[in-house]
Design a protein around this ligand. Structure first.
Ligand SMILES: *[C@@H]1O[C@H](CO)[C@@H](O)[C@H](O)[C@H]1NC(C)=O
Ligand SMILES: *[C@@H]1O[C@H](CO)[C@@H](O)[C@H](O)[C@H]1NC(C)=O
Ligand SMILES: *[C@@H]1O[C@H](CO)[C@@H](O)[C@H](O)[C@H]1NC(C)=O
Ligand SMILES: *[C@@H]1O[C@H](CO)[C@@H](O)[C@H](O)[C@H]1NC(C)=O
Ligand SMILES: *[C@@H]1O[C@H](CO)[C@@H](O)[C@H](O)[C@H]1NC(C)=O
Ligand SMILES: *[C@@H]1O[C@H](CO)[C@@H](O)[C@H](O)[C@H]1NC(C)=O
Ligand SMILES: *[C@@H]1O[C@H](CO)[C@@H](O)[C@H](O)[C@H]1NC(C)=O
Length: 366
């Protein structure tokens, strides 16, 4: 049986296609971990229950720490996940590039433990007990090839400092983070994904996110913000702020972004009186999620918006001017999906001219 599984894996790996696949079993902070097989990235996330570790050990000529599984077909990947480890195993082989340590009981990361590993690409530490005061600043500094650092579901209280400059993704969702170490992001010019949802952040001070010139996805959902933080990197295209109690939105709340496309503001307690009519006046917006708030009217949105989610509010009126400043042959809304279900509206309340404005709509939920 083990042999059969192994052959199938070799076959899958051997296809060598660049098609990205996501593993449904792990959430990695809610954003899929896309695997690029063309780059030779390992395509099996956890070997637990899939393989016979004894068979691997017997057949693998390469050194492998007792606490880990080392697949023969991915010599650079080390699977030490889901086994109650209290520490990162020592004597990690120098060849290690993909290190899977998720779902253990690891609370510390010392600078010596990775000393012999110089080529680390991915370090996956989700679902452990990592604590900020047991994470030595120097431990990751020398990992110049590190691209992904995942430590979702740990016990960190601050964003660690001393992160290597080549990092592309930093996933720290569901910790206890209330502060960001000074200059933590200063050198991270290539970071494109930063997940901080499910933490305890209240504010972001000027300069704290300085240096993040390539940041594209920023998830700040489920924190303790009472207003949209100022001083967010202008490069962000996907900004998630759901599940914060926001007192309102100002005209310039999102003015600092150059190319904001996806904005999520559900479960924020927003009321129409606190939402400035010009706040969404940005032609780059593609998708806007305002579901589960307390809005009584539809806010003014740009005609270029394609997806608008307003379900579960208390909207009573539908005014075409929310979508179209004027209606004409060249002036109409590009809206494709409009969700208005769970409000106080019904079809017969829609004004007659709505179809001229929302003329490319694929679907309306009401
Ligand atoms: C690093 O390599 C040296 C020499 O092989 C060895 O003595 C030491 O124990 C290794 N350290 C770790 C943390 O694996
Ligand atoms: C995890 O480690 C702590 C000490 O750091 C220990 O008290 C606890 O029993 C460990 N839990 C498991 C499941 O091993
Ligand atoms: C990092 O690299 C420098 C220079 O190679 C070395 O002196 C230092 O000891 C290294 N630090 C760690 C924690 O390995
Ligand atoms: C950032 O990315 C660019 C382009 O891929 C690369 O040339 C550069 O070396 C990277 N910087 C670091 C610090 O890795
Ligand atoms: C926000 O909170 C609601 C209710 O607690 C939950 O169902 C939802 O998944 C949360 N959404 C996010 C993005 O955190
Ligand atoms: C929206 O922005 C455009 C130009 O960016 C400006 O001319 C217009 O007055 C703005 N509308 C509102 C309601 O703020
Ligand atoms: C729709 O909104 C516009 C501008 O706010 C207003 O002039 C108009 O009277 C409204 N129409 C209805 C039917 O409420």
């Amino acid at each position: 049986m083990a042999l059969l599984c192994c052959c199938m894996l070799v076959l899958l790996g051997g296809l060598g296609s660049a098609r990205a696949t996501a593993d449904p079993d792990m959430d990695y902070g809610g954003v899929p971990l896309w695997i690029n097989r063309l780059l030779g990235e390992p395509s099996v996330m956890s070997l637990q229950g899939r393989m016979d570790p004894a068979w691997f050990r017997a057949n693998n000529p390469q050194a492998c720490p007792q606490q880990c599984d080392c697949p023969i077909q991915w010599p650079t990947a080390l699977y030490c996940d889901h086994r109650g480890l209290a520490h990162v195993p020592d004597s990690l082989p120098g060849r290690t590039q993909y290190l899977f340590l998720q779902a253990n009981n690891i609370s510390s990361l010392s600078s010596s433990v990775l000393a012999n590993v110089t080529d680390l690409y991915w370090l996956i530490l989700d679902h452990n007990q990592l604590q900020s005061d047991k994470l030595e600043h120097a431990s990751l500094q020398n990992q110049t090839r590190l691209r992904y650092l995942f430590a979702n579901h740990n016990r960190l209280r601050s964003v660690p400092g001393g992160l290597p400059a080549g990092l592309r993704q930093l996933r720290l969702a569901h910790n206890r983070i209330s502060s960001i170490s000074a200059g933590a992001f200063k050198n991270l010019h290539n970071l494109s994904v930063l997940l901080l949802q499910g933490n305890r952040l209240q504010t972001i001070a000027e300069g704290e996110l300085g240096g993040l010139g390539s940041l594209s996805l920023l998830d700040l959902s489920g924190n303790r913000f009472s207003s949209v933080p100022r001083y967010l990197p202008s490069s962000v295209q996907q900004l998630y702020l759901s599940n914060n109690s926001l007192s309102g939105l100002d005209a310039d709340s999102f003015a600092g972004f150059l190319d904001l496309k996806y904005l999520r503001l559900s479960h924020c307690g927003l009321q129409s009186s606190g939402v400035h009519s010009g706040v969404f006046n940005s032609s780059s917006l593609v998708e806007l999620d305002l579901s589960y708030n307390k809005l009584t009217s539809i806010p003014t949105v740009p005609t270029t918006l394609q997806y608008l989610y307003l379900e579960a509010n208390t909207i009573q009126e539908f005014n075409v001017t929310s979508f179209c400043r004027e209606v004409g042959p060249l002036s109409y809304s590009r809206m494709k999906i409009l969700r208005l279900d769970g409000n106080e509206l019904s079809y017969h309340l829609l004004p007659a001219d709505w179809v001229f404005c929302l003329r490319v709509l694929h679907r309306i939920y009401i």
